[in-house]
Design a protein around this ligand. Structure first.
Ligand code: HEM
Length: 446
């Protein structure tokens, strides 16, 4: 079965090109080969991108038995564990997912907003005029604390700090997860694998300690942090999650939820700084939830943190007019579908108003879709909205770089290469005629 056409460059060239300039590469390939194209990547194999909204919808909806998604994340299993919702497929995936979903739904997320505001206020209280910040780093600290409080239910600062040190040490070994198994092997104290194993043991010990402490807490029935809700959750056969399952899901929620949200926030601030008109409008309407949510949606449309979901076919299947063989990886192209001119006129512009005017929600998919759709989507959007609200109400952020921060691929996510470097200024600087607007030389690009 022939695969759809795509770039003919060697697989290593495709990979390097994609890592350095992911947005431009995808847009160029789509312009050249259409909405369904094949790319060979060194080390990651061959995948078929799909940027047609109907084809994506049929991949996300309907029977999922012939599509695997967990398999693609199996490289994370040594860290996240074999019960992680991210690495499972089929009925085992659905069981974990059903147990995990309720704590992340509407009413609970509404309750988390207050905690998010408190964490954001404490963070910004430490920012002084003239201070230089790498926003993505500050946002990482903030989103980590939010996870600790709303997911793990840990509030004591010293415990948050200890958890942060132990868990970040594992996550920061990140690049090793992508390395071949022999390189990850524990070959003694000084080997990279040995270091990872040691850090994992320390992080696990802390996670099991939190699970134990929470189980023993007398007010477990009244608590609404995610861990307490998971401890009370039962599947259809009345079974609770085991401690190992709880450990694996806690690690998964942290790994999937903190850096993605931090990056999305850094991108949102970057887009706002480069679009002073939108920034001024938002600053005037910080109490307007609809405009704030539209700004968050527009930022996630133009700067999705994950450029494409991934599904592996287990049987031959028709996708976007092509018959694809079993074993092929298909990437529903989040970035490309959100850039379609027919769905989002003047798609390269940052214009939150489009979501107030009724932009098509079925093609807005920064959180993927179907039975694999991001579990933390509502939490992430609430977090982004509340952090923007708190920060913009208190300070002005001025870009340190004249040009917008280039977007590059790091691991499996798109990130601003320099982390969005800013200088803190008093809030009074904001507005169309202020220092902020003058320092903004270039509008948002690509
Ligand atoms: C802006 C921030 C975030 C973005 C852009 C994002 C994006 C995504 C995407 C694209 C997927 C794959 C969906 C698919 O394959 O169809 C995913 C899955 C997932 N996300 Fe997120 N995510 C974010 C924040 C979070 C947060 C805050 C949490 C939890 C605390 C979280 C937990 C998960 C989990 C557990 C999955 C796996 C779901 C499954 O396989 O059933 N994410 N996310």
């Amino acid at each position: 079965m022939p695969l759809p056409p795509g770039p003919r460059a060697p697989a290593l060239v495709n990979l390097i090109r994609f890592m350095r300039r992911p947005i431009e590469s995808l847009l160029t390939w789509q312009a050249r080969y259409g909405d369904v194209f094949t790319v060979r990547y060194a080390g990651f194999g061959t995948g078929v991108y799909v940027a047609d909204p109907d084809a994506i919808r049929s991949l996300f909806s309907g029977d999922q038995r012939d599509l695997r998604a967990g398999e693609a994340n199996s490289f994370l299993e040594p860290v996240l564990g074999q019960h992680s919702v991210l690495v499972l497929d089929g009925p085992a995936h659905l069981r974990q997912r059903k147990l995990l979903l309720p704590p992340f739904q509407g009413s609970h997320v509404a309750g988390f907003r207050k905690v998010i505001r408190e964490v954001a206020e404490r963070e910004v209280a430490g920012w002084r005029t003239g201070m230089r910040l790498v926003l993505r780093e500050r946002m990482r600290a903030l989103t980590f604390e939010v996870i600790c409080r709303v997911v793990f239910g840990v509030t004591e600062r010293e415990r948050v700090r200890r958890l942060q040190t132990a868990l970040m040490a594992v996550i920061d070994t990140g690049s090793l997860f992508l390395a071949p198994a022999p390189l990850r092997a524990d070959l003694g104290r000084f080997s990279p694998g040995g270091r990872l194993a040691r850090r994992l043991r320390a992080a696990d010990a802390m996670l099991y300690e939190e699970i134990e402490r929470r189980r023993a807490q007398h007010d477990l029935d009244q608590r609404d942090d995610v861990l307490s809700l998971l401890l009370r959750a039962r599947d259809e056969e009345g079974r609770a999650l085991s401690d190992t399952e709880l450990r694996d899901e806690l690690f998964t929620l942290l790994a999937a939820g903190h850096e993605t949200t931090a990056t999305a926030l850094a991108f949102a601030f970057e887009l706002l700084m480069r679009n002073p008109g939108v920034l001024a409008r938002l600053c005037e309407r910080l109490d307007d939830d609809a405009y704030l949510d539209a700004t968050v949606k527009e930022a996630l449309r133009l700067r999705p943190v994950i450029d494409g979901a991934e599904r592996t076919l287990t049987v031959p299947r028709e996708v976007g007019g092509w018959m694809l063989p079993a074993g092929v990886k298909v990437y529903p192209a989040i970035l490309l579908v959100q850039r379609r001119e027919d769905l989002y006129p003047r798609a390269h512009e940052f214009r939150p108003e489009r979501f107030l005017e009724g932009a098509p929600s079925y093609s807005w998919i920064p959180f993927g879709g179907g039975t694999r759709r991001c579990i933390g989507a509502a939490l992430a959007q609430a977090e982004m909205a509340e952090v923007l609200r708190v920060v913009l109400a208190r300070v002005a952020l001025l870009p340190e770089r004249a040009e917008p921060d280039p977007v590059v691929l790091r691991g499996i996510t798109l990130v601003p290469r320099h982390g969005v470097r800013v200088r803190v200024a008093p809030r009074a600087d904001l507005g169309a005629g202020g220092e902020h607007a003058q320092s903004t030389r270039a509008p948002a690009v690509s």
